[in-house]
Write a protein that binds this ligand. Structure first.
Ligand SMILES: Cc1cc2nc3c(=O)[nH]c(=O)nc-3n(C[C@H](O)[C@H](O)[C@H](O)COP(=O)(O)OP(=O)(O)OC[C@H]3O[C@@H](n4cnc5c(N)ncnc54)[C@H](O)[C@@H]3O)c2cc1C
Length: 400
């Protein structure tokens, strides 16, 4: 089969038994490049389509905070696998670096989330994670953080940070070396009622599978193919400061602000706007209120008076239950979205799961098949697609 016109191919489709299915991966973010790379590594003939440049969506605007500190079974397994791959890529993927760094969750006195922290940490430890509840005084002795106003803190040791854009670019280049055809400046549409068929530059191309990893554009993209999914984009923000910071990655849960070391000095973020944003017309600059909130939290928590180098916004995606949509949504069509602000740190695992799931589905496996790689809790078909729901930010203690 050729990538340029797979529908002309004479070989049988994978569904009929070949080991070399043709797959179009749409979206050159962290999830799309990982899936494309992993599909090719497993023998698929892959074309990756990106309407702009690689990493031009949320992945190029992400903060790069990476941790495995999740309480839910499935989340913990995915987090652990993702961290394992980030560490392996650090050793073997030219152009990508992972910087190990502890991750502190701090909850202030008077915040009702404080009570939830010890139980949350117990559940994380049940998954073998190196996370512990730390007395605020001890936290202050270990790290350059102000701790007088804290009710409780937890520290995850197995965390770190990375530059998200470098991950996408480096893995995209490796995917090309593995035989993936990468088409940038290629805006793709899904053709309605035609299975795994897309339209690129006015030309229809049919594949064995189409993987939809278009981030904030997911709902619109699938709508064109008459497939309804409940996933909404919402705006979140980050900034960099030129003032040096050598402390741990920290999430001040009460202030709703996180920060980490950064080559410029420090990177901080959150600034969630919990309402639906327009993926084609959202404000890409950071808001004044966000810069002010973050600056206050940084002064209070880390004695850091920021000198802002850049403040920006990007889009995350939310679902009705906070779990992603990862799996088949139509004949040969697969979706991967709804990461609630945790899409980059899980991409090495979710992209891999996507690759294995697509190949299993093409071989006839269903989502509820006991041997299927798909995760039932993430099955997109658990929804009708027309649900209305409130957007909740994903980083909060109650959402772990
Ligand atoms: C400010 C900010 C901070 C964040 N911090 C973190 C963090 O610290 N840790 C973390 O884990 N996550 C973080 N996130 C979330 C993270 O960025 C996302 O969850 C993740 O990058 C999603 O990756 P993706 O590949 O699914 O989507 P994207 O990176 O958005 O990729 C989708 C791609 O699809 C392309 N596309 C869209 N439509 C089409 C089309 N029709 N045809 C072809 N291509 C198309 C887009 O151009 C885009 O490049 C942050 C997000 C923001 C905005």
């Amino acid at each position: 089969m050729t990538d340029s016109n797979p529908s002309d191919a004479v070989e049988p489709s994978n569904a009929a038994g070949t080991a070399d299915p043709s797959v179009a991966v749409v979206g050159g973010g962290a999830v799309g490049v990982t899936a494309a790379h992993d599909l090719a590594a497993r023998g698929a003939t892959v074309t990756l389509f990106e309407r702009d440049e690689l990493a031009s969506g949320a992945s190029g605007r992400a903060a790069g905070v990476l941790y495995d500190a999740y309480a839910e079974d499935v989340d913990a397994a995915i987090g652990a696998r993702a961290m394992e791959r980030f560490r392996a890529f650090d050793r073997a993927l030219p152009g990508f670096d992972f910087s190990p760094c502890p991750y502190v969750i701090a909850v202030r006195e008077g915040d009702e989330d404080a009570e939830a922290v010890p139980e949350m940490v117990d559940r994380m430890r049940e998954h073998g994670l190196e996370v512990s509840v730390v007395d605020p005084d001890e936290l202050g002795e270990r790290f350059p953080l102000s701790t007088d106003d804290l009710a409780v803190a937890a520290v995850g040791e197995g965390a770190g940070w990375a530059d998200p854009e470098s991950y996408v670019v480096a893995l995209g280049e490796r995917a090309e070396r593995e035989g993936v055809t990468v088409e940038t400046d290629a805006a793709v549409e899904l053709v309605a009622d035609a299975g795994a068929t897309i339209r690129v530059d006015g030309e229809e191309r049919a594949y064995d599978a189409v993987v939809v990893a278009v981030g904030a554009h997911t709902e619109r993209f699938l709508e064109a193919g008459e497939i309804a999914v409940p996933v909404k984009p919402y705006r979140v923000q980050a900034l960099t400061s030129r003032v040096a910071y050598g402390g741990p990655m920290t999430y001040d849960a009460t202030a709703g602000v996180y920060f980490r070391p950064h080559p410029t000095g420090l990177l901080a973020g959150d600034g969630t706007e919990p309402f639906e944003a327009d993926p084609d017309a959202y404000d890409r600059e950071g808001d004044d209120w966000f810069v002010e909130n973050v600056s206050t939290a940084l002064r209070e928590r880390a004695d850091h008076d920021p000198e802002v180098a850049r403040a920006w916004a990007g889009l995350c995606t939310a679902t009705p239950d906070g779990d992603p949509l990862l799996g088949p949504v139509g004949e040969g069509v697969f979706v991967a979205a709804g990461w609630q602000g945790h899409g980059f740190m899980r991409a090495p695992a979710t992209g891999e799961l996507l690759a294995e799931g697509v190949l299993a589905s093409l071989s006839g496996a269903t989502v509820d098949d006991p041997d299927s790689p798909w995760v039932e809790a993430f099955d997109p078909n658990r929804f009708e697609g027309d649900e209305t729901f409130e957007i909740e930010e994903g980083m909060s203690v109650s959402n772990r």
